[in-house]
Structure formats: structure tokens, C-alpha cells
Write a protein that binds this ligand. Structure first.
Ligand SMILES: C[S@@+](CC[C@H](N)C(=O)[O-])C[C@H]1O[C@@H](n2cnc3c(N)ncnc32)[C@H](O)[C@@H]1O
Length: 284
């Protein structure tokens, strides 16, 4: 049942940390995972723009926010396999308070030793709803509306991630299409009670382009479970981490509904929400 707290299946949950929804602090949970155990991490962190998350204050001082995220990325580096990837979805901040946060994060990641492979433009096709013109039809002070987000893609140690050719599930047509770094994907319409889920189509592309079936996918700011649900439905193992019990419950239900593909070893549904011990650093 969703809502049930999962008893540890075999002693401490850290002995079998994958195919789980873990409620806890991103850094505290990452620090308890085995080294070199995750092939692809995909996440969208809180953007520090005052979004009303359950149990998280999204309005830190900017330097403090970047320092906190840098600690998350450092903890992730240890758990990625050599050649493991990290796809980081970030958005430009608001029009008037524009901060090139993707530059800052890319800089921090390189300082931590990650290879910056590329940057994908996720074009959200939201211009139809545009209202903030600035100075309408005048060069006095016109605004550019951010109708896109970035996905910065990093590797640990090596550009290559070797795997079993039989575990490749991307078609030639998809490969050709995804290799063009301008991805037109509408934003997620079904919010499931969360202010900022990303669309499954974005995650499916990243999963197929950057990982093999049977690999382990991780989202340390998992929200409604988009990454974990896509992992299960494409035949990949998952680890979902979020500090909110409410979002973890949503994720459990969603991952259970995700049907694994035919002909691949089944990926188990989560038994429930696993409680990680330790404080949640970001809790107000
Ligand atoms: C942008 S949302 C992620 C949404 C997700 N991509 C989805 O599709 O549903 C960021 C998430 O980070 C979580 N969060 C905030 N602080 C955290 C922390 N210290 N550790 C783990 N999760 C945290 C919030 O609860 C929120 O669900």
C-alpha cells in the first residue's frame, strides 16, 4: 500500500539501496550509498526562486544556495560509476532578477572535477501564453521571456560509459533526433500536487540517450518520481530521494503504476517509503 512505511528488507536499507523511494536529505542519503554504484543521475534542484514546496524554503541567500548545491554535486561524484553521467536541469531565473545560474552551476561542477559534455536546450513551447512584454513594441525596455530551460550534461572521469549492446533501447530514428540538442517538449501539464515536475518525455530521452537498460538511475531531488517512474518503465533500476514525505508518497504510487517493458528483467516496484535517518539540511 502507498502510505506504508517499508520495513528494511534485509537489515539496513543501505545494503539494498536501489529500487527504493527514500525520504531524506539529498546529501545525507548520497553519503550512505555505495561508491561507484549509479550510472546516470538526472535532477532538477529547487531553483531558489521562492516556489512553495512542501517543507522546503526555496529562498536562500544566493551564495548559500550555490554552496549547498556544490555539496550535493560533490556527494554525487563519489557514487557515480567511472564514466557515469549527470543531467542537470536548470532554468533561467526571472526576467527582472535574471541570473545566469546555468553558468554558475557549470563552473562549480567543473571545479569539482566533472567533465561538461554538453548543454541541451529544452524549448518548452510556452510563448503562446506570453504576457510580460516589458516595453511593448518599443526598444525602450523590451523583455526576452525565457521559454526554455537547460539540461547540462556531465560525465565523471571519462566520456565513455561502456555497457552491453543488447541493453541498448534507443532506435536509430530516436538517436538521430535526440542528437540535435534543441529539444521541443511541452511542460508537464499533470502536476500531481507538486509545483514543479518535469515532463516524462524529457527524462525518457535522457535515459535512452545516456544509459543502458539495467543501469541505475538516480534523482536526489525526486519530487513526484518522474525519473524513477521512467527508469522502471524503460527497464532501469532507480533510486528516488526527496525530503518531503508527501512527495515521496506520490512517487511510490506513480512508480508502482509504471509498467516495465516486455522482455527485460523486471524492475521491482518500491515497497513503500524508506525513511533515511539523519537531519534534512534544507528544512526551515
Ligand atoms: C524541482 S523539484 C523536483 C521535481 C521533480 N523533478 C518532478 O518531476 O517531480 C525539487 C524537489 O527537491 C526537494 N528537496 C528540497 N530540499 C531537499 C533536500 N535537502 N533533499 C532532498 N530533496 C529536497 C523538494 O521537496 C522538491 O520536491
Amino acid at each position: 500500500m502507498a502510505g506504508e512505511r517499508a520495513p528494511d528488507r534485509d537489515g539496513p536499507w543501505t545494503r539494498e539501496p536501489f529500487d527504493r523511494v527514500v525520504r531524506g536529505d539529498a546529501i545525507a542519503v548520497l553519503d550512505r550509498l555505495p561508491a561507484e554504484s549509479v550510472h546516470l543521475a538526472i535532477t532538477s534542484p529547487p531553483y531558489n526562486v521562492g516556489i512553495a514546496y512542501a517543507g522546503y524554503a526555496d529562498d536562500r541567500a544566493h551564495a548559500e544556495y550555490l554552496a549547498w548545491l556544490a555539496r550535493v554535486w560533490a556527494a554525487l561524484h563519489r557514487v557515480l560509476v567511472p564514466g557515469g553521467r549527470f543531467a542537470l536541469n536548470v532554468a533561467p531565473t526571472s526576467i527582472k532578477e535574471f541570473r545566469p545560474i546555468h553558468h554558475e552551476l557549470a563552473h562549480d561542477m567543473r571545479r569539482l572535477g566533472y567533465i561538461l559534455r554538453t548543454e541541451i536546450i529544452w524549448y518548452k513551447q510556452t510563448m503562446g501564453r506570453r504576457t510580460a512584454w516589458g516595453s511593448w513594441r518599443s526598444p525602450a525596455n523590451p523583455h526576452i521571456v525565457p521559454s526554455w530551460e537547460y539540461v547540462l550534461v556531465f560525465s565523471k572521469g571519462s566520456w565513455r560509459l561502456d555497457g552491453d549492446r543488447a541493453a541498448i533501447d534507443i532506435t536509430a530514428k530516436e538517436f538521430q533526433s535526440f542528437s540535435d540538442g534543441f529539444w521541443s517538449i511541452p511542460p508537464e501539464r499533470r502536476r500531481r500536487g507538486h509545483p514543479a515536475p518535469f515532463p516524462s518525455a524529457l527524462i525518457e530521452r535522457l535515459a535512452k540517450y545516456y544509459s543502458y537498460q539495467g543501469n541505475v538511475l538516480l534523482d536526489m531531488f525526486g519530487g513526484t518520481g518522474t525519473v524513477a517512474a521512467v527508469a522502471r518503465s524503460t527497464g532501469r533500476h532507480y533510486l528516488h530521494i526527496d525530503s518531503s514525505a508527501e512527495y515521496c508518497e506520490l512517487a511510490v504510487a506513480r512508480i508502482r503504476e509504471a509498467a516495465p517493458p516486455r522482455g527485460t528483467p523486471p524492475i521491482p516496484p518500491p515497497a513503500g517509503v524508506t525513511e533515511a535517518e539523519g537531519p534534512v539540511e534544507s528544512a526551515p
